[in-house]
Design a protein around this ligand. Structure first.
Ligand code: 0L1
Ligand code: MG
Length: 258
């Protein structure tokens, strides 16, 4: 795909996010759009955000659960970029009308203590982590009816929208392989799961991200946050909701929807 088309499509997804107006899948008009094109569009849309003053604060992994991979007919996860404007403080709120059709999923987040790149193992990835916390990710596809192909969702920055981090930061020696996770809305339990659902181990997801970034000569940097992926299906965010997540050993994280 030529660079002019990449920039044009980046503008389409970026405008849809800013105007909260769902769009038709990019592949409907560009059926030759490859996964490499999709990541180029994603990065071009990030450059637009950076041009407006947002900064890169981390990365997210998506499609990390077996259920989501089967739903999309894929075998590998995808990644997206997290910017400063996507961060919501635990206990904070957002207006549903500012987004297309937001959904929330329970996650584990890593905080990177040093730069790391290359084809790494889970243990090598862990050696660069300085902290671990509970997280809620609010995803919002810019595509109509939350329907898309793999390449469409990659171009749309893997549906990244907002993220909320728990205040309790555990040290990296915490065993995150099988932590119980309970997500509630207005005090009613809606989803229960385990961190084991995140690519079978959240550290596998972190290592997979570093390996995927290495394939485009990039890596992670000290201070960056990595959302490892959803542990259950995502649920719709409706006005008047108080969404909370309790993660074993990591405490809670919450937000309100106006
Ligand atoms: O964070 C995620 O797993 C979402 C990845 C994109 C697919 C979706 O929007 O459901
Ligand atoms: Mg997610």
């Amino acid at each position: 795909m030529d660079q002019e088309t990449v920039e044009k499509l980046a503008r389409v997804v970026d405008d849809a996010a800013m105007e909260s107006t769902p769009i038709t899948m990019l592949t409907a008009e560009h059926d030759g759009l490859t996964i490499e094109d999709a990541y180029r569009i994603q990065r071009a849309s990030m450059r637009r955000r950076f041009g407006r003053g947002e900064t890169l604060v981390g990365m997210k992994m998506g499609l990390t659960s077996r259920a989501k991979m089967e739903q999309m007919g894929v075998h590998n996860p995808i990644y997206g970029h997290l910017t400063s404007s996507m961060k919501l403080t635990s206990g904070g709120s957002f207006k549903k009308e500012s987004y297309c059709h937001p959904r929330v999923e329970p996650e584990i987040a890593f905080i990177m203590g040093r730069d790391i790149s290359g084809q790494v193992t889970s243990q090598e990835a862990l050696s660069a982590v300085s902290g671990v916390c509970a997280a809620l990710e609010i995803i919002d596809s810019r595509y109509k009816d939350f329907k898309f192909t793999l390449n469409d969702v990659v171009a749309d920055n893997a549906s990244s929208t907002l993220f909320v981090l728990g205040e309790k930061i555990a040290t990296p020696d915490l065993d995150v392989s099988n932590l119980g996770m309970v997500m509630s809305v207005n005090g009613e339990v809606r989803e229960t799961g385990s961190s084991a659902a995140i690519l079978e181990h959240p550290l596998r997801s972190l290592a997979a991200l570093i390996c995927m970034l290495d394939s485009v000569s990039e890596g992670l940097h000290a201070g960056q946050i990595v959302l490892a992926g959803g542990a259950t299906q995502a649920i719709a965010c409706t006005p008047g909701s108080h969404v909370s997540l309790e993660v074993e050993s990591l405490g809670s994280v919450e937000f309100f929807v106006e």
